[in-house]
Write a protein that binds this ligand. Structure first.
Ligand SMILES: Nc1nc2c(ncn2[C@@H]2O[C@H](COP(=O)(O)OP(=O)(O)O)[C@@H](O)[C@H]2O)c(=O)[nH]1
Ligand SMILES: [Mg+2]
Length: 286
């Protein structure tokens, strides 16, 4: 997976570019990973939006814990924030996005119509951290990559608007921003799902944190995959890791077990899961 190295200079550049693009859209599609909707948000986007409306897209919902996805959607609704959970691999599920955008922008559209614009377009762009599915969503939303052409402002050589459903037009490139990697727990959530390179942490740290999380939240999935009984499941995470290393035939090579566990989580061998619930303490330093 391509990893972007976010040095302060790169962040500044990304921020400038995205801020410039945001000015040109009516609405922002903020793409996050449904398995960690809060941790996979860019820490500065809200500030950069400065009141511009957004739809939060909880993508990869097929990999997430459905019950928890519902909790997240309820929490967004309580905050009066439009949100939708989708699996971008299924185009059908994206159909609601243009409708949601038109509904949110109804007043603006009505004003334009009142000024005599017959089919006012709605301009949007996808923004998010790497690997959340921005390009997949963009490609699914646009019809056959039909670019908007003609003598209109914003149609430049470098950047194009692509026609989507209804009057929606999407900027041809998504806005890429950095994740919140300054917090240990957030970093581990991101690393476990593969959103950031493990090299930020060791496999060991990520796996141990993940194993403990699964013991507390998805014990049955662990029991099933690794054939564990209640006593084994109740072991402290580091003891369970040692135990699994031996049980799965890795001898004393804990690193290999750590890697195996991380891969099992990522491949969905442990089923669907979500690594945070609304109201979870976000900043937790160890
Ligand atoms: N399971 C699942 N995989 C997805 C989904 N959306 C995107 N992906 C995969 O996630 C990876 C990253 O997607 P991409 O669109 O390149 O992310 P971007 O970096 O945000 O543009 C790719 O392997 C996609 O096939 C989804 O809803 N469900
Ligand atoms: Mg992309």
């Amino acid at each position: 997976m391509a990893q972007i190295h976010w040095f302060p200079g790169h962040m500044q550049k990304a921020r400038r570019e995205v801020a410039e693009k945001i000015k040109q859209v009516d609405i922002v599609l903020e793409v996050v990973d449904a398995r960690l909707p809060e941790s996979s948000r860019n820490p500065m986007l809200l500030e950069m939006l400065s009141q511009k409306p957004r739809i939060s897209i909880l993508n990869k919902a097929d990999l997430a814990d459905k019950r928890r996805t519902k909790l997240w959607l309820d929490a967004y609704e309580k905050d009066d924030q439009s949100a939708i959970a989708i699996d971008a691999q299924h185009a059908r599920q994206l159909k609601q996005i243009p409708q949601m955008a038109e509904k949110i922008l109804a007043e603006k559209i009505a004003r334009k119509k009142a000024r005599g614009i017959r089919n006012p377009h709605v301009r949007a762009m996808c923004i998010g951290i790497p690997n959340v599915g921005k390009s997949t969503i963009l490609n699914r939303l646009v019809k056959k990559n039909v670019a908007v052409t003609g003598n209109r402002p914003g149609v430049t050589k470098n950047q194009q608007w692509l026609k989507a459903e209804g009057n929606l037009e999407l900027l041809d490139t998504p806005g890429i921003l950095w994740p919140k990697f300054d917090d240990q727990i957030i970093g581990k959530r991101l690393a476990l799902t593969g959103a950031i390179a493990e090299s930020v942490f060791t496999d060991d740290d990520v796996a141990l944190w993940g194993l403990e999380y699964f013991q507390a939240n998805y014990a049955q999935a662990l029991a099933k995959l690794y054939k564990l009984n209640a006593d084994e499941l109740a072991l402290p995470a580091h003891e369970l890791m040692t135990h699994l290393t031996d049980k799965l035939g890795f001898g004393e090579e804990y690193d290999r077990m750590a890697e195996r566990f991380i891969n099992d989580v990522r491949k969905g061998e442990l089923g669907t899961y979500t690594l945070e619930v609304p109201g979870d303490k976000i900043a937790e330093r160890d």
